[in-house]
Design a protein around this ligand. Structure first.
Ligand code: NAI
Ligand code: MG
Length: 353
């Protein structure tokens, strides 16, 4: 079998970590008897700075026939962050029906949590973030600019279809894991959209009597994620809340350098897109010291989505063995290794399993 994969390395460390992920994934593919046929795209903030557009006019269309997309990160000094988000990431997520943003979070061997005394077994959760609507909306605007009564208005959009499908996805996922789902809202303060979400969550929950369900206020849940993260399994949240919670969860379990994510089209009508949770990290870009693990694990999620479960497992297990040994570690893990050295060590571990 051969899969057609689009690689969008993007900017900054996105380029370095994507190169290493490709090496690891190609090694796993060769070991498991399939092929990844890569096509690289230059969609990025660098491209925007040079040409005025993140991608060509038919940029979305050019990606639509691929089996999957591996994205590095976008973000470039001098290019506003909303340009990269609304000029590339959001159009792709929406055009390709990637309404699930899946962010598994686990404390890996050989790494330390900021929470002393935590071990890998205790910290294993997944944030299911709604990825197509909610607070990330263009509805609204700026009014009375320059006047004393100046104000800004921003509307959120929650549709029944949109909420129901993400909540159902979370319950289905929980059935394959710890059978617990926690929904994060803020219905005491946000009085229209959030109670609507709560209502739909409660309705869907009745279809899953075998899964324990719980509704939390986002603020209390944030505290709990720090104090008792071992009591969480699947967490489902809106676009904004899910984004915030997943960075928090990543920080709690060993840092952004280790956190992968998938923008998933569950119906498989269009390609899904996999990426590290982290950004282009301009503070360390060009130094060759970024941790490639997050992007390698994003690649493992991609293999899983392609149905190559053994290869995905081989990649994850290689990451765990290299981290547990600790001999090759990037600076964020307390070592002195380069991105390339850690990537190659993982690729070797895939080969020698
Ligand atoms: P960031 O994730 O790029 O960096 C945050 C901190 O974590 C930095 O100190 C960075 O050095 C460190 N870090 C991140 N990934 C690391 C890795 N693999 N290894 C070692 N250290 C790592 O977030 P920041 O600084 O808020 O954003 C930088 C740029 O990235 C911005 O332009 C932002 O818009 C963009 N961004 C893009 C995303 C995407 O492409 N999906 C997601 C988040 C941010
Ligand atoms: Mg984020």
């Amino acid at each position: 079998t051969a899969y057609e994969i689009a690689a969008i390395p993007g900017d900054g460390i996105g380029v370095d970590v994507t190169a290493q992920a490709r090496e690891v994934l190609d090694t796993a593919a060769a070991e498991h008897g399939f092929q990844l046929k890569w096509t690289e795209f230059d969609y990025s903030c660098k491209r925007y700075a040079e040409t005025g557009a993140m991608m060509p006019q038919d940029g979305v269309h050019r990606l639509s026939s691929f089996d999957s997309i591996l994205l590095g990160a976008v973000g470039f000094p001098g290019v506003a962050d909303h340009v990269s988000l609304w000029g590339l990431l959001i159009p792709l997520r929406r055009a390709f029906g990637q309404y699930v943003n899946l962010r598994p979070v686990r404390l890996l061997p050989g790494t330390t949590s900021v929470l002393a005394g935590r071990t890998g077994d205790e910290l294993d959760m997944v944030i299911v973030r709604e990825n197509s609507e909610g607070e990330y909306s263009t509805l609204g605007g700026r009014h009375n600019q320059g006047m004393p009564d100046e104000f800004a208005l921003q509307e959120s959009v929650f549709t029944r279809v949109g909420v129901e499908r993400i909540v159902r996805y979370a319950f289905e996922l929980a059935r394959t894991r710890g059978r617990r789902v926690c929904s994060a809202t803020k219905s005491n303060g946000i009085i229209h959209t959030m109670p609507f979400w709560d209502e739909i969550f409660a309705e869907v929950a009745t279809e899953y009597p075998d899964v324990a369900s719980e509704q939390c206020h986002i603020d209390a849940l944030a505290a709990r994620m720090v104090q008792q993260p071992d009591r969480l399994d699947v967490v489902v949240a809106s676009n904004l809340f899910g984004d915030i919670l997943s960075d928090l969860a990543a920080a709690v379990t060993g840092g952004l350098g280790m956190a992968p994510s998938g923008n998933i089209n569950p119906e498989r009508t269009h390609p899904s897109m996999f990426e590290a949770v982290h950004g282009s990290a301009p503070d360390i870009a060009g130094q060759g010291i970024a941790n490639p693990v997050a992007q390698v694990l994003a690649g493992a999620m991609m293999l899983e989505q392609l149905g190559e479960y053994d290869a995905a497992l081989a990649v994850r297990s290689a990451v765990e063995r290299v981290l547990a040994e600790g001999a090759v570690a990037t600076p964020d893990l307390g070592g002195k290794a380069t991105t390339e050295e850690l990537g190659s060590a993982i690729a070797r571990a895939v080969k020698s399993h």
